[in-house]
Design a protein around this ligand. Structure first.
Ligand code: GLP
Length: 241
């Protein structure tokens, strides 16, 4: 695992956008796995700027979603599908057809999870998967104690994650209890994993993920098992390394 310490979130976004731009030059139709939350926004802004200035052509890029809330009405502004379309797909000038994600509104959620794992495989697998990290060390929505071999499936959010994500909703009760997430085993199949963490609030989770034992209690520690994993942290998130 490679750990890169940058000065701040903007520098982290720029560094990772450079890496994505390099990938798109080598493989114009690369499948980019994207994460939601506040942390990756500087990556999407930096990448959008590179596309708009003509520094990189992303017109053939494909986008895959990491996770999704279960049960939000179609088109809800905080469904991860809406967020990814708003923050990534539209700014990059891509169409919805370049995007795949799990169906959080499906009647048969289990079937939707299996269909999504199949869709990822049929798309040739994820070339570069962006990840954030929860304050409890989760990746995607794989909460502590998730199996390190897990596939895309339904999960129940912990109280802490629902509280952490309440800021995106009008009231804390609105945060769904259930989600679909790529499993840790699914995530580990991506060819390159890039995790960005910024701020003091992520310092303990980063220390455990990077320097602690590989353990289901800290899902992000699974990155230690991957042959090509990069962890980009700002100075605050690196403060307990
Ligand atoms: C959610 C997402 C994760 C993300 C995490 C941290 O739980 N499912 O993919 O990494 O939030 O979000 P933030 O970057 O806003 O701290």
């Amino acid at each position: 695992m490679e750990v890169v310490i940058v000065q701040n979130a903007a520098a982290g976004g720029e560094l990772i956008a450079d890496s994505i731009a390099g990938l798109l030059r080598r493989k114009p139709d690369a499948l980019l796995g994207v994460a939601t939350g506040s942390t990756p926004l500087p990556i999407y802004q930096a990448l959008t700027a590179k596309v708009r200035s003509g520094e990189v052509d992303a017109s053939r890029a494909r986008i895959a979603q990491l996770d999704e809330y279960v049960g939000l009405p179609a088109g809800h502004p905080e469904s991860y599908r809406s967020v990814v379309l708003r923050e990534v797909v539209e700014p990059l000038g891509l169409s919805e057809s370049s995007f795949i994600g799990p169906d959080g509104a499906a009647e048969d959620v289990q079937a939707a999870c299996e269909a999504y794992d199949r869709a990822l495989a049929e798309a040739g697998g994820v070339d570069l998967q962006l990840l954030g990290i929860g304050t409890d060390g989760h990746i995607g929505f794989n909460e502590p104690c998730s199996s390190l071999a897990s596939r895309t499936r339904i999960k129940t959010l912990t109280r802490q994650t629902r509280e952490d994500n309440a800021r995106f909703f009008d009231s804390p009760e609105e945060v769904p209890h259930h989600v679909i997430t790529q499993g840790i085993g699914t995530i580990l199949e991506a060819r390159h994993l890039v995790l960005l963490a910024t701020g003091e609030g992520k310092a303990e989770a980063i220390a455990q993920a990077v320097e602690g034992p590989v353990a289901a209690l800290v899902p992000a520690s699974a990155l230690q098992l991957h042959p090509h994993a990069t962890v980009v942290v700002d100075e605050a998130a690196a403060s307990r390394l």
